[in-house]
Design a protein around this ligand. Structure first.
Ligand code: URA
Length: 239
């Protein structure tokens, strides 16, 4: 059982404050009865909820896009450091939320946060070829030799194997490179560039599959993904 205001906000209908007003005005009907109090507890999976005459299609899982800032851990909780889950606004907070994939503390950009383990697994498993696009700033100009190394795949001395990356663009000054990888190994982009001969000084994730970071989201901000956007992650044209 969950509070009605929490259900409405987590489904992206309105904020909890607005839910209070909406209920008080008679705009919310649950199983045929008007519910005037927004703190009423109901089972969202077994109830019919109608808002201003429109039936709510209740979604069991939540998918949040965040523009991750630097300095925040991509973990569910940490005793000492702030995590991406700490940044999720109250209206989207619920049990079981976790970041789908890890970005380093100093990496910024597209982070997907969900409570849907299966979808996260599909997104992250290298065998599904969901490419992740990063913009890397380098401390040395990018060369053809480096491109060849990255696009051939790399085996480090410790035996770690990185599958071939895809170089999507190189800036005119040759120090900003957009690169796609379909794995998520520890520090992978930084280590691949270091192996090829340049250090990454700044890293931002721009896309996962065909889903791009909404550039209107300021760092730290979140919003819900639409069903269409969720589908874009697995859009094979981009993977
Ligand atoms: N590769 C890295 O090196 N760091 C990240 O945060 C993500 C990919």
């Amino acid at each position: 059982m969950e509070r009605l205001d929490k259900i409405l906000s987590s489904q992206g209908i309105c904020t909890r404050k607005e839910a209070k007003k909406l209920c008080a005005s008679g705009g919310v009907i649950v199983n045929g009865c008007t519910v005037k109090k927004s703190d009423t507890k109901i089972d969202p999976e077994k109830s019919e909820i109608v808002i201003n005459g429109v039936r709510l299609e209740y979604k069991r899982y939540i998918y949040i896009m965040m523009n991750k800032p630097s300095g925040v851990l991509s973990a569910s909780n940490d005793k000492h450091a702030e995590t991406v889950i700490d940044l999720v606004p109250d209206e989207y907070k619920r049990e079981g939320l976790f970041p789908a994939g890890r970005l380093d503390k100093d990496t910024t950009g597209l982070m997907i946060i969900t409570d849907d383990g299966d979808t996260a697994h599909r997104m992250l498993s290298p065998k599904n070829h969901v490419y992740k696009l990063y913009r890397a700033e380098l401390d040395a100009p990018f060369t053809d030799k480096m491109k060849e190394t990255l696009e051939s795949g790399i085996t480090l001395d410790d035996g770690t194997v990185y599958k071939p990356a895809r170089i999507k663009s190189v800036s005119s000054g040759k120090t900003t490179v957009e690169i796609e990888i379909c794995e998520g190994k520890f520090h992978q982009v930084k280590k691949m560039f270091a192996y090829s001969g340049a250090n990454v000084t700044k890293l931002k994730r721009l896309a996962v599959g065909g889903l791009f970071l909404d550039e209107s989201l300021k760092e730290c901000d979140c919003r819900l993904l639409t069903d269409f956007e969720l589908g874009l992650i697995f859009d094979s044209n981009n993977n």
